[in-house]
Design a protein around this ligand. Structure first.
Ligand code: ZN
Length: 411
């Protein structure tokens, strides 16, 4: 995706302002960079990335790029892996975010007449409050539930006739299952679900859609860049449109850092274009997707990215092919008789990388036939010939973490 003239000017203005603000992360990061020499897309693409660890290092407010009196709010990303990241917002940032979010609702066909049931958490996290402000900006009725308390969720959903459910995929599934279990589906008025874009499989998607009887939309965003609401899918199963008047997206090879052509899978890198409180330049999200080339049938000119299919931290490279755990799961899902449990061993044997994929198979299937099917499908979809090994159900160790399924013995 090319930077338009206006995006380019906006990005340069952001960089200069951040660099000039005393104590800001970029005043040090760009100390030796002459920003007046950034004249072309290529110059821009040679600028260093901004990493989440750098934001942690300047905790709490080293990313702030305006005087204190202009800051009206802060949000924070979860601190589960160490120091949290604090993002300060100006009045305009808060307003811009609400406008983007309202645009998301409109893209999903949601109107003032809708009643939006908001289950993501409120507080330091950007989720709940983003859904709320967008809803109010649109003029719909917000039902600010927050997470938990299923009894109350369902009571409000029925009594207030909620028409839109905003949730994470796992919480949407939990509610769908409860509704099914209690046999109250005919009292539920939901028509649409707006689901925070994390990696979630088609099986889960179908279950939520069917059990709730709703159309699902994926919404994208991250705390460091406003929060959820910088893009959304326009119809069932479609890619997500991104609001490129607020953010500029690049897709890079996570290993080399090179910008990839449109259509190729890689890591999303985001530059904010008009953010005041905490501008970020070439911020590595570690989310994996691709830019979807061409125009959308819906007529919107906003560029599109595919659903997020994983995290670049989980990527493995075998014989020059980038492989993500999500892709392995997708291959296994295609084949009847194969369960979702798997384990990968990568070895270097006689000068060559060899990837062995162990997977569990249901009783009553021919192991040899399934191995052939997995090998074919893997070659077809990912472009790599693997050594398939079928094992019985229950033979592989169970682990919560995807990374524990991949053993790289090459190094
Ligand atoms: Zn569209």
């Amino acid at each position: 995706m090319k930077l338009s003239e206006i995006q380019f000017q906006q990005a340069v203005t952001q960089m200069k302002r951040a660099k000039a603000f005393p104590g800001n992360l970029y005043s040090k990061k760009y100390a030796d960079i002459d920003l007046d020499s950034i004249k072309t897309q290529e110059d821009f693409e040679n600028l260093p990335f901004t990493e989440k660890d750098e934001l942690r290092e300047v905790y709490p407010l080293g990313i702030q790029a305006v005087p204190d009196e202009e800051i009206v709010r802060i949000h924070s990303s979860s601190g589960t892996t160490g120091t949290p990241v604090i993002i300060p917002y100006t009045r305009k940032d808060v307003e811009d975010w609400a406008l983007m979010f309202a645009r998301c609702y409109e893209m999903a066909g949601i109107t003032k007449n809708d009643r939006i049931h908001i289950t993501p958490g409120y507080g330091l996290w950007t989720a709940g409050i983003g859904f709320q402000f967008g809803c109010e900006k649109l003029g719909a009725m917000a039902i600010p539930m927050g997470p938990g308390n299923t009894d109350k969720q369902l009571k409000m959903m029925i009594d207030l006739k909620s028409t839109v459910l905003c949730a994470t995929s796992s919480y949407a599934l939990l509610l769908a299952e409860e509704i099914e279990k209690r046999g109250i589906r005919d009292q539920i008025c939901l028509k649409k679900g707006v689901i925070g874009s994390e990696r979630w499989g088609d099986t889960m998607r179908r279950r939520i859609a069917n059990e709730l009887g709703v159309e699902l939309y994926d919404i994208y965003g991250l705390t460091e860049i406003y929060g959820p609401g910088i893009g959304i899918s326009c119809s069932k199963d479609s890619p997500m449109h991104i609001w490129d008047d607020y953010v500029y997206l690049e897709i890079i090879d996570p290993k080399t850092g090179k910008v990839l052509p449109d259509g190729e899978n890689g890591e999303i890198v985001i530059t904010t274009l008009v953010k005041e409180g905490a501008p970020l330049i070439r911020y590595r999200t570690h989310d994996l997707s691709r830019i979807v080339p061409g125009d959308c049938a819906c007529g919107s000119k906003y560029p599109r990215i595919d659903r997020i299919f994983g995290r670049s931290d989980d990527m493995i490279k075998v014989k020059g092919v980038n492989i993500y755990p999500g892709q392995i799961e997708d291959v296994l899902k295609m084949i009847e008789g194969v369960s979702s449990e798997y384990q990968v061993m990568i070895d270097h044997i006689q000068g060559k990388d060899v990837m062995t994929l162990f997977f569990e198979t249901d009783l009553g299937y021919s192991k040899k036939a399934l191995e052939e099917a997995v090998q074919d499908e893997f070659k077809k979809r990912i472009g790599l010939t693997i050594v398939p090994k079928s094992v019985a159900i229950g033979e592989l160790p169970r682990s919560e973490k995807k990374s524990h399924r991949v053993f790289d013995n090459r190094y």
